[in-house]
Design a protein around this ligand. Structure first.
Ligand code: AMP
Ligand code: MG
Length: 205
């Protein structure tokens, strides 16, 4: 079983070594690895038993860093990020060359989010790379809401789980992509369609 603790420096050190760490977010617990490290990304797919065709979301701690991971933020993307980051919103945009193809299952777009969890924001701000962070469950099983639930599902395959308490939101992030510049909801989640529409002052499909 993995050790459960609150040592952010230890989690950061493991991630710098290319290892995976269970981390809290406000939505659900995540399984984190260095998003610039192809071996770490491959380990995430293995541990989760996730098909290679389902891309991973990248998490980072600031809009400035996020801008480096995509070609450009549209006006709508900036409005949404400005209003809901840190928060339960994942924005899918055209990726820059910094993001490995393995992260996106070969696609041109990457999902990015700044999570709203103090401990994980501290962790992210200490790292000079973004984290690949899918939910910390085995593919097809329930997303974990506590460090103990992460341990039950994947604790035999990782060393450490950062304990940030029970997830405050308890639902996945809402994923928003763009089609011809207009926002499209790719996954319903904690943030409602109405929240998104009122921010961009437009209705969406
Ligand atoms: P999870 O990794 O378990 O939090 O789930 C992430 C979800 O985001 C998966 O269903 C992915 O299919 C979806 N996703 C991640 N990246 C992208 C992307 N670039 N385009 C569309 N969907 C994505
Ligand atoms: Mg999931």
């Amino acid at each position: 079983m993995a050790k459960i603790g609150t040592d952010i420096d230890h989690a950061a050190a493991l991630l710098r070594e290319g290892k995976l760490v269970g981390i809290p977010t406000e939505t659900v617990y995540g399984l984190a690895g260095n998003a610039f490290d192809e071996r770490a990304i491959m380990k995430i797919f293995e541990v989760k038993r996730r098909p290679a065709t389902v891309p991973l979301i990248a998490q980072t701690s600031s809009l400035g860093k996020a801008k480096g991971f995509v070609k450009q933020f549209s006006k709508e993307a900036l409005l949404l990020a400005g209003k809901y980051w840190p928060g339960a919103l994942t924005l899918v945009m055209e990726k820059s060359a910094l993001i490995p193809d393995l992260m996106t299952s070969g696609g041109d777009t990457v999902g990015i989010r700044i999570p709203n969890h103090a401990m994980t924001l501290q962790l992210l701000s200490r790292l000079d790379f973004p984290l690949a962070v899918p939910s910390a469950n085995i593919h097809g099983q329930k997303s974990p809401m506590t460090a103990e639930e992460v341990n039950e599902q994947i604790g035999d395959q990782i060393e450490y789980i950062l304990d940030g308490g029970k997830c405050a939101v308890g639902f996945e992030s809402t994923i928003v992509g763009f089609s011809n510049g207009l926002p499209v909801i790719l996954r319903q989640g904690a943030l409602s369609k109405e929240n998104i529409e009122s921010t961009i002052n437009n209705t969406i499909n």
